[in-house]
Design a protein around this ligand. Sequence first.
Ligand SMILES: C[S@@+](CC[C@H](N)C(=O)[O-])C[C@H]1O[C@@H](n2cnc3c(N)ncnc32)[C@H](O)[C@@H]1O
Length: 194
Amino acid sequence: MSLFETWGIGYDVALWPAERLGLRAMRQRLLDGVGGRVLEVGVGTGLNLPLYSADAPVVGIDPAWPMLVRAAQRQRLGQRLVQADVQALPFPDETFDWVVGTLVFCSVPDVVQGLTEVHRVLRPGGRVRLLEHVRGHTRLTRFLTDTLDPLWYGLNGACHLNRDPARLFPEAGLKVVRREAHLGTLVEVIEAVR
Ligand SMILES: C[S@@+](CC[C@H](N)C(=O)[O-])C[C@H]1O[C@@H](n2cnc3c(N)ncnc32)[C@H](O)[C@@H]1O
């Protein structure tokens, strides 16, 4: 069982220092210009929900019920939460203008399948923007993320430290238009268009 299936408020407590040290500001910047029909995948405890523009009809999905229960406390009018897996989204083709995700694809078992579903539910020309912690791009950070991954994954049962999701976008038919490295290449903003 992964940590997210048992966490809710504990996740927020664990993340609190990172949020204060800049993660919240990165979330805010990530959502700049995001509008129309928005799908947030792996919405977790809903830390992004208060940051969307008030008129964006956001649908947030996550398979972990305790995370969604916490997210419901942050949910605003016009925002909807659905228990679902990004690898099998319960929405018709071409439903959304935007798909957003923060710190999610580190935990999705089949990243290409998840991205393929993202591609399917986006309208042609629709965009996806992710904020992900990733495999390091320098010799040192690559060594660290590869070495620590088995221990980290063994402890939490869900999250990998050394994923490189941007590399897999083309396999899902998504064209990467922006990659922006942060935190010594350990965090990346990835934007793609369908
Ligand atoms: C590190 S948390 C990030 C939560 C939130 N996005 C945030 O930024 O705080 C990872 C989230 O991805 C969710 N997740 C894991 N596997 C998933 C999947 N297959 N489909 C959708 N969400 C998934 C977990 O349940 C968890 O809520």
